[in-house]
Write a protein that binds this ligand. Structure first.
Ligand SMILES: C[S@@+](CC[C@H](N)C(=O)[O-])C[C@H]1O[C@@H](n2cnc3c(N)ncnc32)[C@H](O)[C@@H]1O
Length: 277
């Protein structure tokens, strides 16, 4: 079985407020240990890298990955002959990225990138925008560090097709989590939101959609992930709240058929071009 999905609670509904200047919740430090095993690992990173590489401009300059995480997407770009530079706020995620990519990753906040103006040819971010608030700060910073004529490729979290049996169970679980969680809030980000934030930062935006491959899971695997608190919205809940939030989801999963369940992820890619003048 090769899990490659994940919403991180960045669920797929309409416009979201971009939020106040909230410090990044250090949930990814807690999640780093099982991130690859529960988000598709290198095969999923390679799938994204394959599509990103098709939309990158030609050239030998390093590609900046903002929110590089454990480095699975960057690894796919490296394997396609691209040099990469990764930035992430989570030291535990970066430790894994460093093991995978070498000393090409630095710790930093996407809202204050530790990079000088107009020094980067191209940048990418996969499954990151929903985690950064306010999102405007991310797009403003990438616009600042990109050279004129540069490009920023952005993928929001996956959209699940209507017939997906797992998504509504997780969706309702995240709703319950949001109601009781002391800090975590869902932050749905659509491709349209990304186009809007990109254009406000001076980019010219274009939307591409690609369908990522199908993968198999089981109801038991999904239950295991919930018990392991692999989703950001389950981090930081006390035992009682965790039980209240997850029990209906675990019951619903127990009611699904026992065999493999095929899931399919629909993925958007927004191409943001920084004009030359
Ligand atoms: C869902 S993970 C995606 C990681 C990677 N892009 C991937 O596709 O596997 C989101 C990443 O964004 C990072 N992140 C969240 N807020 C950030 C911020 N303000 N600055 C830099 N990185 C941030 C997290 O630490 C985490 O590694």
């Amino acid at each position: 079985m090769g899990p490659m999905g994940g919403t991180d609670g960045g669920r797929r509904v309409a416009r979201t407020p971009s939020g106040a200047g909230v410090a990044p919740i250090p949930v990814y430090d807690a999640i780093a240990g099982n991130y690859d095993a529960t988000r598709g690992g290198e095969p999923r990173g390679d799938e994204f890298a394959r599509v990103l590489a098709r939309h990158l401009l030609p050239g030998d300059d390093p590609v900046l990955e903002v929110g590089v995480g454990t480095g699975v997407v960057a690894l796919g770009l490296l394997r396609r002959g691209r040099r990469v530079l990764g930035v992430d706020v989570s030291s535990a995620m970066l430790e894994r990225a460093r093991g995978r990519l070498g000393a090409v990753v630095i710790q930093g906040d996407a809202r204050r990138l530790p990079i000088v103006d107009a020094s980067v040819a191209q940048a990418v971010s996969v499954w990151v925008v929903h985690a950064v608030r306010p999102a405007e700060a991310l797009f403003g910073e990438v616009a600042r560090v990109l050279r004129p004529g540069g490009r920023y490729l952005v993928c929001p979290t996956n959209r699940s097709p209507a017939a997906d049996p797992i998504d509504p169970i997780l969706f309702e679980m995240f709703d319950r989590a949001e109601r009781v969680h002391p800090a975590w809030r869902q932050n749905p980000v659509s491709a349209g939101d990304i186009c809007g934030w990109g254009e406000a930062a001076g980019f010219v935006a274009r939307l591409e959609t690609f369908e990522s491959r199908t993968w198999l899971t089981t109801a038991a695997e999904e239950s295991h992930r919930i018990r392991g608190r692999v989703w950001p919205g389950l981090q930081g809940l006390d035992e009682r709240a965790f039980e209240a939030v997850t029990a209906p989801a675990l019951a619903a999963l127990a009611g699904l058929p026992g065999g493999p369940i095929a899931r399919r992820a629909e993925v958007d890619l927004v191409v943001l071009d920084r004009p030359r003048h």
